[in-house]
Design a protein around this ligand. Structure first.
Ligand SMILES: Nc1nc2c(ncn2[C@@H]2O[C@H](COP(=O)(O)OP(=O)(O)O)[C@@H](O)[C@H]2O)c(=O)[nH]1
Ligand SMILES: [Mg+2]
Length: 424
């Protein structure tokens, strides 16, 4: 069964905290700082995998969380990095941040990956804060929480082969006959608009996805019978199986049927003229062999190689699958980049280091990604924290800017949302 949408939650691991510790040694009997750093938490990464074909396993809004980073230890021992959590999703999954609505990635190729929740940074231990001016730092940082997100996943199953032809030629019957897994039409909200997808097995090792494209009638390209919606599915396929009805009782000419459907395709998008077509004449179980041969000869005269089939008796159906697969392989061999060779990281972080000062009603405020991050981590109650923070604000130029807008020592100050007191 195909499920084409799911919601999942992801959470990066929390970073481990740094520690304050002093170690006495023969050279330094009063004890040098040796509190180690905490490690970053693991991140959550989605990877497009050929072994998954549905989003079914995500139907209950599962939470995927990565491991937390370990805390630092004495003797400058760093914590262990939190393991990343790798979540496999089917190729063709489009990943969207549900709250922001923004598309994070389109995992179109095998191996494509996207980092969806970054692990929190680890905090530094006191040995990292040692300097000639601060030889016994009582200062450390805590680890930060990992990012949390709710993601909306949408699987765009891209059909390789489109089955086209007039209504009643046997398209739906064919796709049922050749595909194992079938999209359950009932799972889709707009049943009539969603074509029937199926995974077709060629020889036990090779598969392709076929789509039964309904709604192709005269005038479809201009929107008649919603035909233009269906034609959009045809555009995405690489090979077409064009079915005609050899036993049409109402005196229709199958050669002409073929030409008229093709004219609809080209009117919709001229590029479709170049799409390879495997032409099959269905329902030959209703004809005498001589009639079938006569029709085949008629197609041959029109320059078309017709494969007579019968979905009812399965005559020629296997051969049709093989022909479609060969045409598909031929198309794929024209691809410049081998899809399996690709491994792209789709997500990028912004490394914003700027800051801004302002005078809010309750306090002066410094905002900026990097400084806010530093303050969220710092354990503010440690002895040397205010000193360290003052240094840092000085070095980045924020104190100067604060004074320019009227800040004086002792005035209430916030860095982002965090109240800080530099005068302790
Ligand atoms: N005799 C015969 N009838 C067929 C064959 N294939 C399909 N049909 C019948 O043709 C009708 C239309 O088939 P369907 O698959 O719904 O056509 P679609 O509109 O192209 O999807 C149905 O009644 C099928 O049972 C065939 O090979 N032989
Ligand atoms: Mg049908």
């Amino acid at each position: 069964m195909f499920v084409d949408e799911a919601t999942i939650r992801v959470r990066g691991g929390r970073g481990g905290g740094g520690v304050i510790h002093f170690m006495a040694s023969r050279h330094n009997p009063r004890g040098g700082p040796d509190g180690g750093n905490g490690a970053a938490g693991g991140s959550v990464v989605l990877v497009a995998s050929a072994s998954m074909s549905t989003l079914y396993s995500f139907r209950n809004r599962p939470l995927f969380d990565a491991d937390n980073g370990g805390s630092g230890g004495e003797n400058n021992r760093a914590g262990a990095r939190g393991e990343d959590r790798v979540v496999h999703v089917p190729v063709g999954t489009v990943v969207r941040d549900e709250d922001a609505g923004e598309i994070l990635a389109d995992l179109a190729l095998v191996g494509d990956e996207v980092l969806v929740a970054r692990g929190g940074e680890g905090g530094r231990g006191n040995s990292s804060f040692a300097s000639p001016a601060r030889t016994t730092p009582r200062l450390c940082e805590r680890g930060l929480a990992g990012e949390t997100r709710t993601l909306h996943l949408e699987l765009r199953l891209i059909a390789d082969v489109g089955i086209i032809g007039y209504p009643n030629v046997g398209k739906s019957s064919l796709i049922s006959a050749i595909s194992g897994k079938r999209a359950k039409i009932a799972d889709y909200p707009f049943t009539t608009l969603v074509p029937n997808l199926g995974v077709v097995d060629v020889d036990g090792r090779h598969q392709f996805v076929a789509v039964d494209v309904p709604g192709l009638i005269d005038g479809a390209h201009a929107g008649r019978g919603l035909g233009d919606r269906f034609l959009r599915h045809v555009e995405r396929t690489r090979v077409l199986v064009h079915l005609v009805d050899l036993a049409a009782l109402d005196g229709r000419d199958p050669v002409e049927d073929l030409a008229r459907i093709n004219a609809e395709l080209i009117a919709f998008n001229p590029a479709l003229a170049g799409r390879p077509q495997v032409v099959a004449g269905n329902k030959c179980d209703l004809l005498q062999e001589a009639e079938t041969e006569a029709l085949r000869a008629k197609f041959t005269r029109a320059g078309i190689d017709l494969l007579p089939i019968s979905v009812a008796t399965m005559r020629g159906v296997r051969e049709l699958v093989v022909r479609a697969y060969r045409a598909l392989e031929e198309e794929r061999s024209k691809d410049v980049v081998a899809p399996s060779a690709s491994r792209r990281r789709v997500y990028r972080f912004d490394g914003e280091t700027g800051f801004e000062v302002s005078h809010a009603a309750d306090a002066f405020v410094v905002s900026g990604r990097s400084i806010e991050n530093a303050v969220r981590k710092l354990v503010l109650t440690t002895r040397d924290a205010p000193d360290y923070l003052t240094d840092r604000l000085e070095r980045m130029g924020a104190l100067k800017e604060l004074r320019r807008i009227g800040y004086q020592d002792g005035d209430p100050l916030r860095i982002g949302e965090v109240r800080v007191d530099l005068s302790l």
